[in-house]
Design a protein around this ligand. Structure first.
Ligand SMILES: *Cc1c(COP(=O)(O)O)cnc(C)c1O
Length: 468
């Protein structure tokens, strides 16, 4: 369309050549859509594609007039109807708790429990013995007690909700006694714009920051206590680590301050790590049960980070501190869905039974040794006849254990356009998310679930162009 002298006739001819709706509907690219969607939806998409082409031609812009090409465009606009937007992907990044890829995959038992709860009726709020109304929190309480040692426990939608709820119910409920004391080093942003000071403000509590960014002592908390103090809040700094000249009081020290002041001690431990991470060569990640034992009144943690279950926020603590939450009107707004309760209960069972490392996928992945991963990456290389095996590091991720990695063995390939190759893998069905490091395409077997190897090999074959 660069030759302006020819444009009007050219344009008129092209406009006349636009195919009819029926001709486009008869093209192969729409066969699948016509099979699976109401004809009216497909017809609308075709009309729209033809209309867009007509508008573009009238405006002297280029547009397709070929019936098959228009059918492809119409089919493209129907993909969200044909295929759910949320899809299962293969995580070949090696990041175990990948926040953007849905955090923790749940265990087989949890998957089964979730699917049963979702697809049928259950005794969610029903006492089978008495045949009367029951409470949905009963399904979790004894399990939460067993794993944390706390007297009582409830579950809400996520840990952000747990923090908001705990502060709202205990911190802000009795203004002017609504001040919450937080160390300057812990008034942090956890991720996704989730900032502790903002949550405090939203909950109605008043933030009182104490100490210096790198050092806060028990005395700083004690000095900040007044008759307006409702609680002392401790927040695990999760996704970053301060090194060097730093100091923070322990939960036990804060317990003393809270006792002397007669205020509540709330500990947001973040990742919900119930196992001792030192057994995997990682540094120690604070555990809910340690906080409970050290005397925190309320301990908060996520369900889908290092707990390895579905999305949830767990609140465990003394009966006296949990009971007001149970009866609080916000509980109704923040309560967990039945499938999440079922999945969480199944996940907690793995810990109670001492089988978490074998059964909970994230622990299986974290526990995998470099030599096991070498064997898997090696099997990919053998199947492909391409790529190299290299030592690497798998980050734990998910705002837990910052900077901590496990030694791994990756499959990697020098590629002229590694980012394009990675994009092709993401467009695969199922999508595969890999890493690009300098001029190399890198896949870490640690986070590729068992049973996904064949998909990875097929996709790599297509993308790097090796014959099978
Ligand atoms: C991750 C995290 C949260 C938020 O938890 P979600 O379950 O994502 O809502 C809150 N506090 C800490 C310390 C965290 O690490």
């Amino acid at each position: 369309m660069s030759n302006t002298a020819h444009q009007p006739t050219d344009r008129a001819a092209r406009l006349r050549a636009l195919p009819s709706v029926d001709r486009v509907l008869a093209q192969a690219p729409l066969a699948d859509a016509l099979d699976r969607l109401p004809r009216a939806d497909v017809t609308d998409a075709v009309r729209q594609a033809i209309e867009d082409a007509r508008t573009a031609l009238i405006a002297d812009r280029d547009a397709p007039i070929d019936a098959a090409e228009l059918a492809r465009l119409a089919a493209g606009s129907l993909t969200t109807l044909l295929r759910p937007s949320l899809r299962a992907v293969i995580n070949a990044t090696g990041v175990v708790i990948h926040t953007n890829l849905g955090r923790a995959p749940v265990s087989e038992a949890a998957e089964l429990a979730m699917s049963r709860a979702a697809s049928g009726y259950s005794n969610l709020e029903y006492e089978l013995d008495a045949g009367s109304r029951g409470s949905r929190s009963d399904h979790l309480e004894s399990l939460l007690h067993a794993v944390s040692g706390a007297e009582a426990g409830i579950a809400v939608n996520n840990n952000a909700a747990a923090l908001y709820f705990a502060l709202n119910a205990h911190g802000a409920a009795h203004a002017p006694v609504n001040e919450v004391i937080v160390s300057r080093g812990q008034a942090v942003e956890i991720g996704g714009g989730f900032r502790i000071p903002d949550v405090l403000r939203q909950s109605g509590a008043r933030l009182v920051e104490v100490g210096a960014t790198n050092r806060t002592r028990a005395r700083d908390y004690a000095n900040a206590v007044s008759e307006r103090t409702a609680a002392i809040l401790r927040v695990h700094s999760s996704n970053f680590r301060m090194v060097g000249f730093t100091e923070e009081p322990s939960v036990a020290e804060l317990r003393q301050v809270a006792d002397e002041a007669g205020v509540l001690l709330i500990d947001d431990v973040g990742s919900g790590c119930l196992l001792d991470t030192r057994q995997f060569g990682l540094s120690y990640e604070p555990r809910p049960q340690d906080s409970v034992a050290a005397g925190a009144d309320l301990v908060l943690f996520s369900g889908d980070k290092l707990l390895g279950g579905p999305q949830a926020g767990l609140i465990v603590g003394t009966r006296e501190s949990i009971d007001p939450l149970r009866r609080h009107p916000l509980m109704r707004a923040l309560r967990l869905d039945k499938a999440a309760i079922a999945g969480l209960a199944a996940t907690l069972h793995h810990y109670v039974g001492g089988e978490a490392v074998e059964e909970v996928p994230i622990w299986r992945m974290i526990a995998a040794e470099a030599e096991d991963l070498h064997a898997r990456a090696g099997s990919w290389r053998n199947a492909l006849g391409a790529g190299e095996l290299e030592p690497g590091e798998s980050p734990i991720g998910g705002g837990s254990l910052p900077g901590e990695t496990r030694p791994t063995c990756v499959w990697s390939l020098a590629h002229p356009h590694p980012s394009e190759a990675a994009r092709q893998l993401r467009l695969n069905d199922p999508p595969i998310v890999a890493r690009v490091e300098r001029d190399r395409l890198v896949l870490d077997p640690r986070t590729v679930l068992s049973g996904q190897d064949a998909d990875v090999i097929d996709a790599l074959r297509a993308v790097i162009g090796v014959a099978s």
